[in-house]
Design a protein around this ligand. Sequence first.
Ligand code: MG
Ligand code: MG
Ligand code: MG
Length: 308
Amino acid sequence: MAVYVLGHKSPDTDSVTAAIAFAELQKMLGVDAVPCMQGTLNPETEVVLKKFGYDPLEIRTDVSGEQYMLVDHSDIKQAPDNWDKGELLAVVDHHKIGDITTSNPIFFCTMPVGCTGTVLYCLYKDVYKKDIPANVAGLMMSAILSDTVLFKSATCTPQDKEAAEALAKIAGIDNIMDWGMEMAKAKSAVEGVSARDLVFRDYKDFDMSGKAIGIGQLELVSLDLVDKIRDDLYAELEKIKAEKNAHSIFLMLTDIMKEGTDLMAVTDDPSIIEKAFGAKLEGKTVWLPGVMSRKKQMVPNLEKACAA
Ligand code: MG
Ligand code: MG
Ligand code: MG
């Protein structure tokens, strides 16, 4: 019986490549693992898969009656539909523990590092002692560059750097940073994409003390790229807030060169932004220097502000 390996909704490079890398490892262990994704590829992941010779994965958003494994998340909101009507066999992740539960013991491996690719590197090397195929190593290394924003994010750890360097050697990539910049440029592509698709390109829903909060993020090599579409993006955030009946919808416009985020916000209560970040909205946005990580800098601060 096939076992599906899935990353989170609005798949990013880590979610897609970790599904492939964990499925490859499972196959080495005799499991008929099939990597899938819950949505279409973002432009960065497209470039990454092409470079290392992979086709887009099968799209699967429901696991009713199936056996499955999750990578890069363990939150119900990000998991496939009917997660409780299938059998979860494993989780490999690097986020805070989510709310998925099981009735049987499972393989559950999460580490406080910058990327699922780094956790998988440890699983291949230290736990199962398997060689990583060159193209799989290339995918994992790319995921680390993506999730740690070229090692600049607050989420980046020494293990991430060490893993990326070792993986680059296996993959035959001489200059990691050159490849990282190529990826960053692909990730920054906004032209010809609708405001709605841009907000949902890398988007997550959260429940913070009973408040529905949505946070999207665009990582850009320059904020100039969105100059002309700021009003469209804001209008889209207002629409999404109404559709989801949410308390707040945020869009992080992250400048990966200047290392900060221009946070666009539509919210019932602007004071949570002040409580969370000690800075006030000026019109539609507020500049947050040094903020690049949704997981480590946005979510914990907003959770505290919402609970207060
Ligand atoms: Mg992810
Ligand atoms: Mg990740
Ligand atoms: Mg990310």
